[in-house]
Design a protein around this ligand. Structure first.
Ligand SMILES: Cc1cc2nc3c(=O)[nH]c(=O)nc-3n(C[C@H](O)[C@H](O)[C@H](O)COP(=O)(O)O)c2cc1C
Length: 381
């Protein structure tokens, strides 16, 4: 409990959410982070489209934007129309986005995500790669509609090495595209998380068996990315115990302290914990062991309903429990001016989940901002 004043009061004037923060070498104007949100509005080839520049620039008042999960290679693609960052055309598309965000005063990282077994030949033309041949048990969305998950092929050590290299190359391209840094996605059931869990990692080589083996791939990816662009530009997202995408873990008390311990002295920008809960001892263990910035994504009802305050008070509780920054997903998705709404104590727009994954402007760039909503109100009266 670092700041009892904050726990006792959450008025706009006193909330620590509006205090500036350091992140690596960056100075952020507030502690509100836009969580990475897949919106499936890139081209079929993974090129970010101009509408994405509009969407992100609208949200530039966030202290930090972490742009949506982006694939570092072709086989890592999860779903249709997600962005990529392994080709010059991807870099050019992202440059438009980062340029628009920078012009609007924002700061942006890019999330790098390899889907592992969350992928499908109907989307990529390739058999998914994973630590072990353990099929994703649920149907998966493809351009041909919903399809049963397929059995992935176990990665060879050579494929592990080339995947690590792909992450590093993607990070270099992200910097070239104008991002301030990258977030390695180690959670939500995707490739790195699949290595961490003994349910999806049955390997008997150096990348499996014990907690020390299962964290090896995550550590190698983060180290390679840090070597490529500098550690102060690198964050890691983890989701201990989160069951998204059929993920199951039975030894989070061993795996995550081992992972955090292995990365603690690397000079990274931040660790980002999904569904963080200050009532969980593991949250406090991670906080105590992690010397750099900790971004906490509060555990809120999922997928609905989002609390009326968008997660603000849960975020303030996490700041009081030792987090440095708070990431919110659905609240930023539905409120381009979330920071201003929080400052004024204004109500939030309802979230329209039917437009989350794919489509055009509807439910994407058309959420009203406060001023516009206020101007329209008298006209309707
Ligand atoms: C539409 C949508 C897309 C998401 N895409 C991603 C993603 O690309 N990468 C990721 O790490 N998490 C993703 N998430 C999870 C969010 O980053 C966040 O952890 C989650 O929404 C919980 O935060 P919230 O309660 O503030 O919404 C997504 C969530 C939603 C609603």
């Amino acid at each position: 409990m670092r700041d009892r004043t904050t726990t006792m009061s959450s008025t706009a004037l006193t909330s620590r959410l509006f205090e500036p923060a350091r992140l690596g070498s960056l100075h952020l104007p507030n502690r509100l982070v836009m969580a990475p949100l897949t919106r499936n509005r890139a081209s079929a080839g993974g090129v970010p489209q101009p509408i994405m520049a509009t969407y992100y620039a609208q949200r530039a008042s966030a202290g930090l934007i972490i742009a949506e999960a982006t694939t570092p290679n072709a086989v890592g693609q999860t779903y249709p129309d997600i962005p990529a960052i392994y080709h010059d055309a991807h870099v050019a598309g992202w440059r438009r986005v980062t340029g628009a965000v920078r012009a609007a005063g924002g700061t942006m990282f890019l999330q790098l995500q390899h889907g592992g077994r969350i992928g499908h030949p109907a989307t990529t033309g390739l058999t998914p790669l994973a630590p072990s041949p353990v099929a994703f048990p649920d149907p998966i969305h493809t351009p041909a509609g919903s399809r049963p998950g397929v059995v992935p092929r176990a990665m060879t050590v050579a494929e592990i090495r080339s995947t690590v290299a792909d992450f590093a190359a993607a990070a270099r391209r992200a910097i070239d595209a104008g991002f301030e840094g990258v977030e390695v996605h180690g959670g939500n059931g995707y490739l790195i998380h699949q290595f961490l869990s003994e349910v999806t990692n049955h390997r008997t080589d150096a990348y499996g068996r014990s907690a020390a083996g299962r964290i090896r791939f995550a550590v190698e990816v983060v180290e390679a990315v840090a070597d490529a662009i500098g550690p102060a530009r690198v964050g890691l997202r983890i989701a201990p115990g989160v069951t998204a995408n059929a993920m199951r873990e039975h030894d989070i008390e061993h795996v995550y302290p081992a992972l955090v311990g292995a990365l603690a002295d690397k000079g990274l920008a931040y660790l980002h914990v999904v569904f963080a809960d200050p009532a969980q001892p593991l949250f406090h263990r991670i906080r105590a062991d992690w010397p750099a910035a900790l971004i906490a994504n509060p555990a809120l009802p999922w997928p609905t309903p989002l609390p009326a305050d968008g997660g603000r008070h849960a975020g303030e509780r996490l700041l009081a429990a030792g987090a440095d920054l708070i990431s919110l997903g659905r609240a930023f998705l539905a409120n381009p001016d979330l920071v201003e709404r929080f400052r004024r104590g204004a109500p939030l727009n309802p979230v329209r989940a039917e437009y989350w994954y794919g489509g055009g402007e509807l439910g994407y760039t058309d959420y009203p901002v406060l001023a516009a909503a206020e101007e329209r109100a008298p006209a309707r009266a």
